[in-house]
Ligand binder design. Sequence first.
Ligand code: NAD
Length: 281
Amino acid sequence: MAKILSGKIMSEELTQEQIKRVGELKQKGITPGLAVVLVGEDPASQIYVRNKGIACESIGIYSRTLQLDKAISQADLIRVIDKLNADTKIHGILIQSPLPGHLNEHQILSRILPEKDVDGFHITNAGKLFTSQDSVIACTPKGIMYMLKNGGVELSGKEAVVIGRSNIVGKPVAMLLLNEDCTVTICHSRTKNLKEHCKRADILVAAIGKPHFVTADMVKLGAAVIDVGINRVDGKVVGDVDYEHVKDIAGFITPVPGGVGKLTISMLMENTLEAACNLAP
Ligand code: NAD
């Protein structure tokens, strides 16, 4: 039976630490501030944005949500970002995805000052990660690495397989695992013999978006299985891993809910605190 890597417990511990750090910063006259920009009224995005606001409040970070019309032009959204870049109360800026199709997401994300890019999606931060330089690390990959290290999973020299090649999860987590001396394979929708790749993995990260996709026969005995997926099935949230069966084979496993998602929010708080420290005069 696998050891459960509980994002809920780890995030609660981090929250306590972060409350202290915010208190110390406030004593120095710095109140960390996060701006979340939401374009349109996508219900799932509204929930994510609300949760981010609640997390800020719980540790004492100042937060501001900008709810913008879904028809906003590229130029107007750029102007909003420029204002936030210049706002000394704001240390972190997050643009909630997905953006409506008429907007150029790459251009918008790269308009944020790299120092305020708490999502780590700016081309400068992505490029620094790629070249092993200190950078703002995207929250979900950063949370995954925290879970692995905090959970006592050995990384150096291990076989890591990442299923999914998105810019926000698959690629950055593969790079972070590589930087920890794992031997990394990235699998995706066109990968042949997916099961054989997965079977070799000491660390298996599933970031696909398909409920219960990773089954017990794809998992090596004792592997660390990290489930990034958030899928809604019959009103319930489930991951990409068939948790009930995989937990009997894996050495470590993350639940959904209560796993990677919790750490993602904790790492957003972490990145905002770090940005506030770095931007402090
Ligand atoms: P995405 O849709 O951008 O990428 C999915 C990836 O899965 C693609 O690279 C694709 O090649 C791969 N894939 C699809 N079908 C496949 C198949 N049959 N075999 C192998 N690979 C296949 O998704 P994303 O943004 O990376 O998110 C992935 C999942 O993680 C989603 O469920 C998303 O909701 C969730 N997510 C969770 C968090 C969190 O905080 N827990 C954060 C971000 C994303």
